[in-house]
Design a protein around this ligand. Sequence first.
Ligand SMILES: [Zn+2]
Ligand SMILES: [Zn+2]
Length: 308
Amino acid sequence: MKIYCAVYPTPEDITLGIDTWIMSAEAAVRLGFFLGVFGLVALWEVLAPRRRLTVDKTVRWINNLGLVALNTLVLRLLFPAAAVGMAAFATKQGWGAFNYLDVPYGLAMVASVVAMDFVIWLQHVMVHAVPALWRLHRVHHADLDYDVTTGARFHPFEMVLSMLIKLATIALLGPPLVAVVIFEVLLNATAMFNHGNVRIPRPIDRVLRWLVVTPDMHRVHHSVEDDEANSNFGFNLPWWDRLFGTYRNQPRGGHEGMTIGIHGYRDPRQVARLPGMLALPFRGRITGYAINRREWSAPEEPGINHAP
Ligand SMILES: [Zn+2]
Ligand SMILES: [Zn+2]
């Protein structure tokens, strides 16, 4: 005789069900938010622009967005399961702090998002400090104007490096899957917002930049001047720069007067076009950047560049 009994889903079953749904919907959710926020910031830029653009907008947008499309393709090919797949794998294997410790779900969510944001901040400081990595990150900074498309303009090699660091962070952290999706969507949305060529009244900006990195705060980081470019590394949460001493309030030249880009790389035929952007990491010598920027009183040695 067979005995049938009702089987109720356990909390683990429910979590597994939600996780399976997240895995399948993640790409669509991210694309939806990307298009929505992009559209809103692009419209805001038309209605209340902060600066006059110097390069033809159509040319910049076609090339910057071409790079975005290429990066999406490269990342999907190399990492089809993406960051959220790594989080699922870590959960299954019991890897990472939050899979190991018995932490309340809400706390694990918030702490994961904050911790991942801190790692992104550290990574950003690192790509400025290490000359070989600055070669890659220059693609983001070589944009001669600053608008919503700048926010997604990164060399594919930097995107791959970024993804590897993110996967390692997730393996160590063991965050809930939802936290990874929230972080990805949040970072993408704030990056487009804070690269926006939009005007926000100073009193509102002053309050807002305690909560999130604002366009006026991050624009300082895109200055041609090295001391300004090596400040305000945050993309999302604004606290790291204030905590670690890299915060700078405003650019010396003012937001309308400051020059955006990098010294020595100002030819739009190179820095505003996709082939030039892809080749940029392999051009020129970079011996004078951040970690190499040292001063000493010895006479100039041949082959060593003292100038920044
Ligand atoms: Zn940077
Ligand atoms: Zn930026």
